[in-house]
Design a protein around this ligand. Structure first.
Ligand code: UD1
Ligand code: CA
Length: 457
């Protein structure tokens, strides 16, 4: 039972040399979000009293990118080790709290696991360990004959025998803050790396009788740290695999669970089918019986029941009503609202427009800043000229209007209900209801006209 306050310290000051990048390591993205932002999310789910982030290399950029009101920031000017890093946070911590140390480069950690760890952290040092197939590089867990944790030895300080141990330190631990303060004060840097190791506190806890309890992480990915681009790609795949599994468990048919990317929140109804190569970003909600073709990119969108999205469509900031048919190769941009049963075909771009029930825009058109009524048919190649170079203007098209192919509607302009526009027209003035409006020069034939012939030299 946790009764004390909870303080979380996130270590994120490391350079990340092995990323070979100008971007601070913790700002590289997993599932479209900074690595560190995943760790912060995990911390927030624990409702702690404080979250302190220890930053260093490229820190200002990290602070700016991840500014959140719940965070306090401490700079570690020189990276002298994980123990030294935690020391920088001490002045901000509550004396009567439990401190949970998280690593800024371990993004898949679950709040549930942290809660288990916190159970014993009011009295003891509580340590999260993991069995690694290949433990190279990690601190090894040394246990006594009684099976209890005795100490941690870092890879570079370990004997050959110790290096065969496969149980390793995840780097994540929790303990009473007052003990942490005492232990950190006694740290020395007499080791292979000349660093102040946080891990040396384990042996101290054993010595002074505080005791160490350990929890084993459920799988190694949960505590996998990102040190290289290879690690980044591996963790990304793990995240996506888990996301695909979650979708299938919710009843979604994935044509290939290895070929979907979710970079945000994806909510799905019953009998949703998603073909290969689709990317979902931001918040996407998909209702029942929706089918999404291959290679669609869908961001911040709502797709209504029974809608079919054909391959290679891009949907961003749009709401698509039920029983609509979109694509292939359609582009719906922010502010698009398709009420219901819309047909939007290939190479059609729609922006900031409301299209009412049953209207069709099937080929090669641009509709921007428009209000389109019900059962309207917009012919191939129609363009709303919404921009005069300075300001944007609206186009209004009434119910049942028929816009002939290759029409330009120069906004602001209104086409009234039931109006027909002849193909190839440039419409600059309002078109009256239930009549034919057209603006086009008369067709003429020039008798005796000859095609030019190639010159002979
Ligand atoms: C650390 C642990 C090791 C554990 C491993 C798990 C120590 C001494 N070793 O090793 O037992 O198996 O994590 O991933 O703790 N950092 C700072 N300031 C520093 C040094 C590090 O903020 O001066 C931060 C880094 O940004 C990183 C984290 O602490 O987020 C871990 O540092 P890193 O150098 O990657 O430690 P490891 O050698 O991996
Ligand atoms: Ca590491």
């Amino acid at each position: 039972m946790v009764t004390s306050k909870l303080n979380v310290v996130i270590l994120a000051a490391g350079k990340g040399t092995r990323m070979h990048s100008d971007l601070p390591k913790v700002l590289h993205e997993v599932a479209g979000r900074a690595i560190l932002s995943h760790v912060i999310d995990c911390a927030e789910q624990l409702s702690p009293d404080r979250i302190v982030v220890v930053y260093g290399f490229g820190g200002e950029r990290v602070r700016e990118t991840l500014a959140r009101p719940c965070l306090e920031w401490v700079r570690q000017a020189e990276q002298l080790g994980t123990g030294h890093a935690v020391q920088q946070a001490l002045p901000l911590l509550d004396e009567d709290s439990i401190t949970l140390v998280l690593l800024g480069d371990v993004p898949l950690l679950k709040a549930r696991t942290c809660k288990t760890l916190l159970k014993h952290a009011g009295k003891h040092l509580s340590l999260l360990t993991v069995e690694k197939h290949d433990p190279t590089g990690y601190g090894r867990i040394l246990r006594g004959p009684d099976g209890l944790v005795r100490a941690i030895v870092e890879q570079k300080d370990a004997s050959d025998e110790e290096r065969t141990i496969r149980e390793v330190n995840s780097g994540i631990m929790a303990m009473p803050t007052r003990h942490l303060v005492a232990w950190l004060g006694r740290l020395r840097n007499e080791n292979a790396q000349g660093e102040y190791y946080l891990t040396d506190t384990i042996a101290m806890a054993v010595q002074d009788g505080t005791g160490v309890v350990s929890e084993l992480a459920s799988d190694e990915w949960e505590v996998a740290g990102i040190n290289s681009k290879r690690d980044l790609a591996d963790v990304e795949r793990q995240y996506q695999q888990a996301e695909a599994l979650r979708l299938m468990q919710a009843g979604v048919t994935l044509r290939d669970p290895a070929r979907i990317d979710v970079r945000g929140t994806l909510k799905t109804g019953r009998d949703v089918t998603i073909d290969v190569g689709c990317i979902f970003e931001g918040n996407v909600e998909i209702a029942d019986h929706v089918s999404i073709g291959a290679y669609c990119i869908i961001r911040d969108a709502v797709l209504g029941e029974g809608t079919v999205i054909a391959p290679y469509s891009h949907i961003d900031g749009a709401s698509v009503g039920s029983h609509s048919r979109i694509g292939p190769y359609a582009r719906l941009r922010p502010g698009t609202e398709l009420v219901e049963e819309a047909h939007i075909g290939n190479f059609v771009e729609i922006k900031n427009s409301r299209i009412d029930v049953g209207s069709k825009i099937n080929h090669l058109s641009y509709v921007g800043d428009s209000t389109v009524g019900r059962d309207v048919n917009i012919g191939a190649g129609t363009i709303t000229c919404n921009y005069d170079g300075v300001n944007k203007h609206r186009t209004i098209i009434g119910d049942r209007a028929f816009i002939g192919s290759d029409t330009q509607l120069v906004a602001p302009v209104t086409v009234e209900a039931g109006a027909t526009i002849g193909a190839g027209s440039t419409i600059t003035k309002d078109a009256a209801a239930d009549t034919l409006t057209l603006s086009r020069s008369k067709q003429i034939t020039i008798p005796g006209w000859k095609r030019p012939e190639k010159k002979k030299d």
